[in-house]
Design a protein around this ligand. Structure first.
Ligand code: WTA
Length: 635
């Protein structure tokens, strides 16, 4: 299934459009099936309803693990680098990882988990996180990983929405110089989540935590007990799953305050993540692949765990942050583990670029062969810095565009094959049929056009539903334009037919690569007792890509404005998490609203972006004077 040249790409792409079913069936044949599928595709974007590899039976972990045991059992599957430079790194061969996954799958079963159950995973970036994810898949439980940077209320919403019966967490987490108390966040979240019967707790930092009798279980104890109760605790038969059985739920922000539980199913996800991993990064056997994304995001699911393991690759997981103990950490890890392919986010590149080359110079970086970027548009300056100073002008940079909903890379160069252009995600992968439309949904044909990015044909890992609310999936992605999947992104197709993503066109902002809904942040701000209303918009930010600008109305005059702002930041941190902290807060007496009471975000966006001479028509506002007031107080 490997594409080896641009001509090969062109012919595979052509086949994927003309005969999509044959194309994907050929690729799917390379995997291990318990029973082969009997129909390749059924789809309807109106309902929406997409099914791939119908009636096929398989387990994704047999494809990630068991399949490699015979020939590559002693090959390294996972390398783990700790937050602390002095802590020993850990490695797992495929055989060892298989045993760990089976063992923990048995722990889950012993604690009442079964096929179809939803299990929430709220953990630091340690090997046990990958083991927990795979153990869920082993027994057919649906994992829902929640990023460790979310606080109790965001966690509770997600546990509640998926009706999880079990939570897997750790006592605490190390992140740079900080110790984060994860278990106590879980305790607080669970006050509102009666569905959770068991919490399995990994010991990581050793901080003191409360363990509730009958509910909270230590990972190491539960694992040790297995040896007494079972003859072969390191073996666990893989549950037979249907191709379309749910594999996981991953929450993502939308235009309303409530996050959407994006659902992916087993076979299509497997085929697409493996295919894209192998082709985009042109992975060669024996190479070390490092994706820096947290497993709490889709990038960590697809290119830290599933894509590499499905391909028999060696994947590296890093617990820490790029600037700890100093801004050379990424580069030291690359040298230490001889990383060949490095996949990170533009925000990380920009922040390390800002720290200066002295942090790069001590390192050789000569193991690197390919560099990747994901999560937000990469500006040309960062692209060139990455290419020149990290890749030494020797490594192709793949700017990969995709989404939680697409589950795998959609538009991207193939490393070393597609001619790159800084700032461009370049060309669609085989199976991906992008179209650009104007606001009314008219297709923009030809080159040199700019519009909204849609996809007109299903690929194997397209979103199947939003958990518990299919209507929402339809509304958010399939109802804007007839028979098209709408991405929410703006996009340009240039004279060469290359795609350049210009950014979101809806009410979500990408802050440091994290997708955050403005409504979700507003809800968190409004938890402050003195705030009656707020409106959040994005503004361009040198490092983060976009920053958060909050306009807030206080219900009585407070003279201690700076204190109030600090309290608002604390409130957002408490209810949503530190990733959603506003960068700028402006206290206002009113917000620009239409006569029907709708906030005119367009105007606030322009103000936040500093385009104050170009506010457009403000005459339809209920009270145009508020705009002048806001302009006078701009921060
Ligand atoms: C943005 C992350 C420009 C885009 C994998 C998309 C990008 C959103 C790129 C999805 C890129 C992702 N260039 N923009 N290479 N990659 N995006 O769901 O706005 O966290 O819609 O998935 O990130 O974010 P998500």
């Amino acid at each position: 299934m490997r594409i080896s040249s641009i001509e090969d790409y062109n012919s595979q792409y052509k086949k994927s459009v003309e005969q999509p079913e044959e194309f994907w069936a050929d690729i799917a044949t390379e995997f291990t099936w318990k029973k082969k599928w009997d129909k390749t595709l059924e789809w309807n974007f109106e309902t929406p309803d997409v099914k791939w590899f119908l009636n096929g039976k398989l387990n994704i972990t047999e494809n990630c693990l068991d399949r490699h045991l015979k020939e590559n059992g002693n090959k390294t599957a996972l390398i783990w680098e700790a937050n602390d430079v002095n802590e020993k790194s850990r490695t797992f061969t495929y055989k060892e990882l298989h045993a760990e996954v089976c063992r923990f799958a048995n722990v889950l079963k012993n604690n009442g988990a079964k096929k179809g159950d939803r299990i929430c995973i709220y953990m630091p970036m340690v090997p046990e996180l990958a083991i927990a994810v795979l153990a869920c898949a082993r027994i057919g439980a649906i994992h829902s990983v929640v990023f460790g940077g979310f606080s109790f209320s965001s966690l509770a919403d997600r546990i509640h929405d998926a009706d999880c019966s079990l939570v897997i967490t750790s006592d605490g987490a190390y992140r740079g110089a900080k110790d984060i108390p994860l278990k106590s966040v879980v305790d607080e979240a669970l006050l509102n989540c009666p569905s959770v019967k068991k919490v399995i707790v990994l010991k990581r930092t050793g901080i003191e935590i409360k363990m509730q009798n009958g509910k909270d279980v230590w990972w190491h104890q539960a694992s040790a007990e297995l040896s007494l109760a079972m003859e072969n605790p390191d073996e666990c038969p893989a549950e037979e799953m249907d191709s379309e059985d749910k594999l996981f739920i991953l929450y993502t922000s939308g235009s309303t305050g409530k996050p959407k539980g994006v659902v992916h199913t087993t076979a299509g996800y497997m085929v697409y993540t493996a295919y894209t991993f192998q082709n985009v990064f042109q992975y060669k056997p024996g190479e070390v692949f490092w994706c820096t994304a947290d497993v709490g995001w889709i990038t960590g699911h697809s290119y830290l765990i599933y894509g590499p393991l499905l391909s028999g690759a060696t994947t590296l997981m890093f617990e820490g942050i790029p600037t700890y103990p100093d801004a050379g950490r990424f580069w030291s890890v690359i040298d230490k583990h001889k990383v060949n392919i490095f996949y990170t986010a533009p925000t990380a590149i920009r922040s390390l670029m800002a720290m200066g080359l002295d942090f790069v110079k001590p390192y050789k970086l000569d193991s690197l062969r390919i560099l990747g970027s994901v999560g937000e548009p990469i500006n040309e300056e960062a692209w060139h810095w990455y290419h020149e100073h990290i890749g030494k002008n020797n490594c192709p940079v793949v700017d990969t565009w995709w989404q939680t909903e697409t589950a795998g890379i959609m538009i991207s160069p193939l490393a070393g094959i597609t001619k790159t252009k800084p700032g461009f995600a370049t060309l669609p992968l085989p199976g991906v049929q992008p179209v650009l439309v104007d606001e009314k949904g008219n297709e923009l044909t030809g080159n040199n056009v700019e519009g909204r990015l849609c996809i007109k044909f299903p690929w194997p890992s397209i979103i199947r539903t939003t958990y518990g609310n299919h209507e929402r999936c339809k509304e958010a992605y399939f109802s804007h334009y007839k028979n098209l999947y709408f991405t929410g992104d703006g996009c340009r197709r240039d004279e060469d037919g290359y795609y350049r993503i210009t950014g979101r066109v809806d009410d979500v902002i990408k802050v440091s690569g994290h997708l955050l809904g403005t409504a979700e942040i507003e809800n968190a701000i409004n938890e402050h007792a003195d705030i009656v209303e707020s409106a959040v918009v994005g503004f361009p930010h040198d490092i983060k890509g976009w920053g958060i600008y909050a306009f807030v109305i206080c219900d009585h005059k407070r003279d201690d404005k700076e204190k109030l702002k600090k309290e608002i930041v604390e409130t957002v941190t408490k209810f949503m998490g530190p990733i959603a902290k506003p960068d700028k807060i402006q206290i206002v007496s009113g917000l620009p609203k239409t006569r029907s009471g709708k906030i005119m975000r367009r105007i606030l966006r322009k103000i936040a972006e500093g385009e104050i001479n170009n506010l457009g028509d403000t005459s339809t506002l209920l009270d145009p004077a508020v705009v002048d007031e806001i302009l006078r107080g701009k921060v």
